[in-house]
Design a protein around this ligand. Structure first.
Ligand code: KG4
Ligand code: ZN
Length: 344
C-alpha cells in the first residue's frame, strides 16, 4: 500500500510518500521520498512561531514540497493520505487538511487524520531513509514526549491504548529552552544552542550556583518549567558577569533532572518494560545520557525524526487506516487534541 503523509502542525511543511506492509502485527515501511520545508528563518524576528504567517507559508510551500516528493517517489497515485489534525496551531493544521482533502478528491482515495503526539510516540521506530521494522515491543511502554509545545508522560498498555499520566502545568520544556536561550541572546530555536554551550561547559569546571527543580518532589508525574525560567531571569539581572555557558549548563541540568526523575518514578510505579522518548528535546545529549542510566530498554528517534516530520505521521496513518479501512472521516483541525485519557 502506498501512503502519502502531510504534517503542517507548526512551522515545518512536511510530505512523505512510502510503501507500507505487514499489517498491524508487523508494520514495515519503505520510504520512497521525504521532503520538508522549515520556516525557522521566517519566524526568527518574532522569537517564536507566528501563526498567521506560518499558515501562509504552509499554503505557499505545500504544493512545492508535494510536487517534489511525488516526482522523487516515482509513483503517480497513492492509496491512502494521512494528515495531522492536531494538536498544533489550528490555522496551520487547516492548511494541511484542506490540501489533503483536495488531493483525496482528485485521486478518489481516503484521508485519515493523525494525532501529532501519537506520531512522536511512534517516531522512535522510524529512520529518515530506507527500510525499517517495528520491533517486538514489550508493554507497558512509557513515552516521554518533549517538544516546544508539549511535555507529557504517556503510558501505553498496548498499541493505540494511551493514558496521559503526567504533563507540564505551564511551559513545555522545549519552550523553556527557547526562552532561556532568548535571555542569553542566543538565536531561535534555542534548545540546540543551549545544549551546545552546556556540553562544552560540562567538561570544564564545577559551577558555583544552581537553579531550582520545580515540582521535583510532588507526588504526581507533572512538570513545571516557568518558575525555573523566572529564577534565571532574576539571576541574570543580578549577576552581570556570569558566563552564558555556565547558565546554559545549570539550566540544562535542572530541566533534565526534572524530566528524568519523574520518568524514573513512573517506570517504578507502572512496572514499565520499555521507554520511548520523542519530540525535539529528545535530541538533547544530556537527556540521552541520563536516561541511559535508568537501565531500561529505551528507544530514541534519530535526530531527523525527533523534530516534526511527516514520516511519523504516515506510520500512525497506516495503522489508523488498517483499524477502520472503510471509515469516512470528517476531519477538523483541533489545536488541543488529546492523546487518550488523562489520569493523574
Ligand atoms: O518537536 P519539535 O520539533 O517541535 C514541536 O512540536 O514543538 O520541538 C522543537 C523544540 C524546540 O523548543 C527546540 O528548542 C527543542 O525542541 N530542541 C532542543 C534540542 N533540539 C531541539 N532542546 C534541547 N536540546 C536540544 N538538543
Ligand atoms: Zn512536534
Amino acid at each position: 500500500m502506498i501512503i502519502l503523509s502531510i504534517e503542517t502542525s507548526c512551522d515545518d511543511t512536511c510530505v512523505t510518500i512510502f510503501e507500507a506492509k505487514g499489517g498491524t502485527k508487523n508494520p514495515q515501511f519503505n520510504i520512497l521520498a521525504n521532503n520538508s520545508n522549515s520556516q525557522i528563518k521566517t519566524h526568527i524576528p518574532y522569537g517564536g512561531v507566528y501563526p498567521a504567517l506560518a499558515k501562509r507559508e504552509h499554503i505557499k510551500n505545500l504544493p512545492i514540497v508535494f510536487e517534489k516528493t511525488l516526482k522523487e517517489s516515482k509513483v503517480t497515485k497513492v492509496d491512502v493520505i494521512a494528515v495531522t489534525s492536531g494538536p498544533g496551531l489550528e490555522p496551520c493544521l487547516w492548511a494541511g487538511i484542506v490540501f489533503a482533502e483536495e488531493l483525496a478528491k482528485k485521486w478518489s482515495v481516503p484521508v485519515v487524520p493523525v494525532n501529532h503526539m501519537e506520531g512522536h510516540v511512534l517516531s522512535v521506530f522510524g529512520k529518515a531513509e530506507g527500510k525499517f521494522k517495528i520491533s517486538k515491543t514489550k508493554f507497558p511502554v512509557l513515552s516521554l514526549l518533549v517538544s516546544g509545545g508539549h511535555t507529557q508522560l504517556v503510558l501505553m498498555k498496548d498499541w493505540g491504548k494511551y493514558k496521559i499520566i503526567g504533563e507540564t502545568v505551564d511551559d513545555a520544556v522545549g519552550e523553556a529552552f527557547d526562552k532561556v536561550a532568548r535571555m542569553l541572546g542566543l538565536p531561535y530555536p534555542g534548545g540546540p544552542h543551549i545544549s551546545k554551550l552546556a556540553e562544552k561547559e560540562r567538561k570544564n569546571k564545577k559551577s558555583t550556583f544552581k537553579f531550582p527543580r520545580p515540582m521535583l518532589k510532588s507526588k504526581d508525574f507533572n512538570f513545571s518549567f516557568s518558575g525555573l525560567k523566572t529564577s534565571i531571569l532574576y539571576f541574570l539581572k543580578d549577576q552581570k558577569n556570569v558566563s552564558k555557558s555556565a547558565v546554559a549548563l545549570e539550566f540544562e541540568n535542572a530541566a533534565i533532572e526534572c524530566l528524568v526523575y519523574k520518568t524514573k518514578k513512573a517506570i517504578e510505579k507502572y512496572k514499565v518494560k520499555t521507554l520511548f522518548v520523542g519530540g525535539g528535546v529528545a535530541a538533547n545529549r544530556h537527556l540521552k545520557a541520563e536516561m541511559r542510566k535508568l537501565k531500561i530498554k529505551t528507544l530514541f528517534p534519530t535526530p531527523a525524526l525527533s523534530t516534526d516530520n511527516s514520516i511519523m505521521i504516515g506510520m500512525v496513518g497506516y495503522l489508523n487506516y488498517l483499524k477502520n479501512p472503510k471509515k469516512k472521516y470528517k476531519i477538523r483541525a483541533n489545536g488541543s487534541l488529546r492523546l487518550g485519557k488523562v489520569i493523574k
